[in-house]
Design a protein. Structure first.
Length: 209
């Protein structure tokens, strides 16, 4: 029977559970706000409020009692120097628990526990992204590209020229060949004509005799 057993066990042994509580309370007082499951938030709330009450007292014995529970001496200093004086006029109720969306995966009920004096600070603006200018090696191809295109353009024009120019060039070649053939024919006809003239003159000489 579960008689005279107060609080939640959270599936942990006593030593493990107390270490968990001390860690959660230490982080809560360090950051002023933490997010955890609703069951854990409800368990650590009275513990954290007792520590804050010790901070309100501010004597040496209260400081030693807080040091027994908290892990970090810096957090103890914050409780007695900042949180305690800020809660001086508040007789309890130093914390608030706010429900959040269930946790993805197991659907556990989540909650945020925070000091009532906690103020949501505006998010720190991210620095503007600075882009470095392109280096010389990267800028050179862009500068050479127009010249390369200008050099490539005449080559393309020369390659495309025969399509329209062959009609003009071929007749000239044909005409040159015809002129050469006519010259050869005239050279061949010239000796024959000279030989015919010689024979004619010879025949005339014989007839005269």
């Amino acid at each position: 029977m579960r008689h005279r057993v107060a609080g939640r066990h959270l599936g942990r042994e006593t030593s493990h559970r107390m270490a968990l509580y001390r860690n959660l309370v230490t982080d809560l007082l360090r950051y002023d706000r933490i997010t955890t499951t609703e069951a854990k938030a409800k368990e650590i709330r009275p513990m954290a409020e007792k520590i804050i009450t010790l901070g309100r007292r501010g004597d040496l014995h209260a400081r030693r009692q807080a040091q027994r529970f908290l892990y970090d001496t810096g957090v103890v200093k914050k409780v007695f120097d900042e949180i305690g004086p800020a809660m001086k006029d508040r007789p309890g109720g130093y914390l608030r628990i706010t429900g959040l969306e269930p946790r993805k995966g197991d659907g556990a009920r989540m909650a945020a526990i925070e000091l009532v004096t906690y103020v949501n600070a505006p998010p720190t603006p991210r620095p503007a992204r600075v882009t470095a200018p392109p280096s010389v090696a990267q800028a050179a191809p862009a500068a050479v590209a127009p010249a390369a295109l200008a050099e490539a353009a005449p080559d393309v024009a020369e390659d495309e020229a025969p399509v329209g120019a062959e009609a003009d060039i071929v007749p000239e070649e044909v005409t040159a060949e015809e002129d050469a053939e006519m010259a050869v024919a005239e050279v061949g006809e010239a000796p024959d004509a000279a030989a015919g003239d010689a024979e004619g003159n010879k025949g005339e000489g014989q007839s005269e005799t």
